[in-house]
Design a protein around this ligand. Structure first.
Ligand SMILES: C[S@@+](CC[C@H](N)C(=O)[O-])C[C@H]1O[C@@H](n2cnc3c(N)ncnc32)[C@H](O)[C@@H]1O
Length: 360
């Protein structure tokens, strides 16, 4: 029998046991530990009283959070580290709601990954759940956590998208599947003459309207509800799709792009804001985040991350020209393409379009 190459079992054990960090961070948010430490540094006894936790158990959670750089300890006082501070509600680009989403709704789904790999089908598909995002229409709490989670993740990306996008001739945009409108908010802030629509399912309406109001952008931004599989608001100069195509398989993604193509005015463009899957992921924070997201899409929605070539091929099939792809300072790239043929013929083929409800 040939000798096996030497390996450090601790490396594998750390990977196998990696679930603990999702739950330890999630618990710190769920229990209010993050909120209390955001106020000021505290000792275990004081924190236990405020969070109604058993002191010894809380001390153990805190010790674990120290070891992963979420919390720091100094002479018995615990405080959030810079990384832990990203879990604060008021942190720009807060990861708080994403932490809750990952340790909550997503948790059960990941427990069934092997079956998704065996069948190529998402958890919900296999368990008779509602397809796509329809479940959020029935579960207001989950919808709120998800929409806030996306808004937190999108804030920085939105700022970067505004920086690298081609703005020539762009006066009106549609944020397709825009959720609570974080991408549009960042674009409206960056471009004072810009007007835009957040287009999404009804579950996102209240949050998007409130978000635009808080930012005093309701005069230039509004919410329109509808399905991007049916029709989109027509005639905008740019149709933005951030983290949309990765939710769907190729057939559904193509259908969405065809709706964009049909709604476009002559000269307008589609702007995809997505993580581009490297042909050969090499590890590291960025590549690992993309391959993780790819599996997350498989198990939860039946979607996938795509390479640059795959995006270009899909855009071509939907009637777009060759895209320009720009990296940003985040993991996301901005992929822009104009029509490959006159929009009129396409619109003619798509048949009559119907209007949707607008909310300000
Ligand atoms: C991953 S989230 C992205 C949200 C936002 N673009 C962002 O990146 O922050 C996907 C969004 O697509 C929306 N969506 C799903 N199916 C839709 C449909 N048929 N029509 C319109 N929006 C839809 C969801 O409600 C959700 O807000």
């Amino acid at each position: 029998m040939s000798a096996l190459p030497k390996a450090d079992p601790r490396k594998l054990l750390a990977l196998v046991g990696a679930n603990w960090t999702t739950q330890a961070v999630g618990a710190a948010v769920q229990l209010g530990v993050v909120d209390r430490l955001a106020e000021r540094p505290r000792n275990v006894a004081g924190l236990a009283k405020l969070t109604k936790c058993e002191p010894d158990a809380l001390a153990r959670l805190l010790r674990s959070l120290v070891s992963i750089d979420i919390v720091a300890e100094d002479e018995g006082l615990y405080a959030l580290t810079p990384t832990g501070s990203l879990l604060r509600e008021d942190a720009p680009g807060s990861i708080r709601w994403w932490a809750l989403w990952c340790c909550g709704t997503q948790w059960t789904l990941w427990g069934d990954l092997a079956e998704s790999v065996r069948t190529g089908r998402s958890f919900r598909e296999r368990h008779g759940g509602m397809p796509g995002y329809a479940h959020l229409e029935r579960d207001a709490v989950a919808a709120d956590v998800f929409n806030r989670a996306m808004a937190g993740l999108t804030q920085r990306v939105g700022r970067e998208a505004a920086r690298v996008m081609i703005w020539r001739g762009v006066k009106r945009v549609v944020d397709v599947g825009g959720g609570h409108g974080e991408l549009l908010v960042e674009l409206l802030k960056a471009k004072p003459a810009l007007e835009g629509v957040v287009f999404d399912l009804p579950h996102a309406a209240k949050g998007a309207v409130a978000r635009l109001k808080v930012e005093r952008l309701s005069d230039r931004g509004r919410f329109v509800s509808g399905s991007f599989f049916e029709a989109l608001p027509e005639g905008a100069d740019a149709y933005l799709l951030k983290s949309i195509l990765h939710n769907w398989d190729d057939g559904k993604s193509l259908a969405i792009l065809k709706q964009v193509r049909a709604a476009m005015a002559p000269g307008s463009r589609v702007v995809l804001v997505e993580r581009v899957l490297p042909e050969r992921p090499r590890g590291g924070l960025r590549d690992n985040a993309i391959v993780r997201s790819d599996l997350n899409m498989l198990v939860s929605l039946g979607g996938r991350e795509r390479t640059r070539k795959e995006f270009a091929a899909m855009l071509a099939k939907a009637g777009f020209g060759a895209p320009t792809v720009k990296a940003t300072a985040t993991d996301y790239s901005v992929i822009e393409a104009g029509a490959a043929e006159p929009a009129l013929a396409q619109r003619h083929r798509a048949g009559p379009r119907h209007a949707s409800a607008t909310q300000r």
